[in-house]
Ligand binder design. Sequence first.
Ligand code: ATP
Length: 286
Amino acid sequence: MRITIEHVNMIYPTGKQALHDISLTMESPSLIGLLGPNGAGKSTLMKLLVAGLLPSSGDITVDGEPLVKCEQALKAKLGCLPQHFGLYDELTVWQFLDYMAALKGCSDSRAAIDEALAATGLKELRKTRIRTLSGGQRQRVGIAQALLGMPEFLIFDEPTVGLDPEERIRFRNLFSETAQNKLVLLSTHIIDDVQSVCNRLIIIDHGRILFTGTPEELIRQASGHVGVFPCAASIRRDSGLHITSRINTAKGVLCRGVAKTLPPEAEAAEPTLEDAYLYLITKEGQ
Ligand SMILES: Nc1ncnc2c1ncn2[C@@H]1O[C@H](COP(=O)(O)OP(=O)(O)OP(=O)(O)O)[C@@H](O)[C@H]1O
């Protein structure tokens, strides 16, 4: 599957321009991390991709065909976990998935539900009413319904919200396995979720693409802009320095920070993906 977005603008009826001239290509198999601060335009972009919104201008094509013409065909191949996902509280997990499988038109709903329950570790909770589930368990049900029928194109908006660290690791592995032969788009604020599993990152801010490439390429861009220095170091006002952590050492408190120009006292440090993301976002914000 290949999705092409060309010069897409999205202006809401309020006049708010949420996306500015976005052009991108996404192709399976891949696991793409979509990152950006609050209000960057991530959900808007995902709504456009599932034809939940129409762009104000620009084109979106799926395997060369305009999305508006193949919307139904795309929906048959799509699994989606939106950010605000409503569950039917009075149904059991199984009943809910059965209902969702019917809406999706799964040909063998029993097998599809069993597979989704197994992938999300929900087998034991299949007879439990949704209203009695914890936040993390509800989120797993949301992920399970997206996986029903193992669609070719999966979109997850903040899928690990409410999951504990162990579950997050489990889902990271699940997304990575799922993406072996599919197109998976994962929107998140949690850098750890994309670290090591996503083969491509798309970073947007204020509705504009700031970066597309591999995590390694992003880290490379921050090389020489991450350092450790005494917290009292002389800091140039125009350096755009952002402190990422403070470390208590025998020599006093040291700061780790990212900046276009590091303080002269700074010792260069190896950037992490989080440093590189922060550097990109803050550099562009200046
Ligand atoms: N229905 C709407 N009408 C008007 N403006 C909207 C609407 N939905 C979103 N916006 C605005 O468009 C911009 C992008 O919003 P969007 O929800 O796409 O961002 P996001 O990156 O998903 O944010 P978050 O990470 O906080 O969910 C924001 O300024 C938001 O206020």
